[in-house]
Design a protein around this ligand. Structure first.
Ligand SMILES: [Zn+2]
Ligand SMILES: [Zn+2]
Length: 340
């Protein structure tokens, strides 16, 4: 499948990703572990080369990044090793120990990195897939609906997280500079609360109203619910929700998922223009992905009768707004609203 960011081969089926889990970040018998103190500047020795198996212990990859950061003036040499940034692996999943990282398996998120260091990191460090400069905010629609994103400085920042729920695993791809970070834990708390709600069996349809990259909606769809709707006002969330339905298709009783917009075309749309369908599929399970404000999905008649609305807002503080929405959802669809 074509990657919408680099047009390379970043994106594979969920089943292929899941097969890679046991071995992808495990050492071979020749791999060496050298643990470095993350709270101090690292030793001035050069980083060790990757093992003949192509993998390298994470601390050596960090040492290599530190070398580039110091050469390019991002660091003075007094910063602790940890200051390099947050390593996001591809694919990400709960691991028992530190990873041994293979070629193009790590996206680095860093507050401090400059353009020159980011380009050298991609050119000189085989494990690095992409370098993203972060900021003190969550990417998405900011105050007043203004888009805010991190900056991809080099490489490609498309990667997947794997979530294991009692309904089965799902793979969730995203462009990391455009969507918030989800840390895969052994237990997906919100997913399990949702599954427990769905286990009563009274819901034929669900709508994940602020779907992000689609994690909760995908977990719900794995239960075999007849009609699943994913919705988000942020173009990147809606696009990746659609693509993730396609990636995980093998787990659903549905026809091939059709993604109806390119990433670039969706980016040009404004959620205030009204909801637009981004992806769909029919079969025993019907799947739809919409881009639009969560409050307009039912108003525009896109939510079926009795649909369970799943509302996972970043900001849950405005209870009055949530109660008003609940009342309206019930009036328009006859369904409940579930806050995971
Ligand atoms: Zn890519
Ligand atoms: Zn090895």
């Amino acid at each position: 499948m074509d990657c919408p960011v680099c047009h390379g081969t970043c994106i594979t089926d969920a089943t292929d990703l899941l097969l890679s889990v046991p071995s992808i970040f495990a050492p071979c018998p020749r791999c060496r572990t050298t643990v470095l103190d993350k709270e101090r500047p690292p030793p001035s020795r050069p980083p060790k080369e990757p093992c003949s198996c192509g993998r390298r212990y994470i601390d050596e990859v960090f040492l290599d990044l530190y070398r580039v950061f110091r050469d390019e003036g991002t660091f003075t040499g007094k910063e602790p090793l940890r200051a390099v940034g947050s390593p996001l692996l591809h694919p990400g999943f709960p691991m028992k120990g530190p990873p041994f990282i293979g070629e193009r398996r790590m996206v680095l998120l860093s507050r401090d990195v400059n353009q020159e260091a980011a380009i050298r990191a991609i050119d000189e460090i085989p494990e690095i897939k992409g370098v993203v400069k972060t900021g003190p905010f969550v990417p998405g629609l900011g105050p007043g609906g203004r888009p805010v994103t991190y900056r991809l400085l080099s490489g490609c920042d498309v990667r997947a997280d794997l979530f294991f729920s009692t309904a089965g695993p799902v793979a969730v791809y995203k462009q990391q500079s455009r969507l918030h970070i989800e840390f895969p834990r052994t237990r997906h708390e919100k997913g399990e609360r949702l599954l427990s709600q769905l286990s009563t069996g009274r819901y034929r349809s669900i709508a994940d109203l602020c779907s992000g990259a689609g994690t909760l909606g995908l977990i719900a769809t794995r239960t075999g619910v007849r009609h699943a709707i994913l919705n988000d006002a942020w173009y990147a969330a809606a696009f990746w929700s659609g693509l993730n339905m396609e990636i995980n298709q093998a787990f659903f009783a549905t026809d091939p998922v059709k993604v109806l917009f390119s990433y670039e075309d969706l980016k040009k749309r404004n959620a205030s223009e009204g909801s637009v369908k981004v992806a769909e599929s029919n079969g025993s399970q019907k799947i739809e992905v919409w881009m639009g404000d969560y409050s307009t999905l039912a108003r525009e008649g896109h939510a079926p009768a009795g649909c369970l609305g799943i509302l996972d807002l970043f900001d849950k503080c405005d209870m009055q707004k949530i109660r008003l929405f609940e009342g309206e959802w019930k009036r328009l669809t006859g369904g409940e609203v579930f806050i995971p």
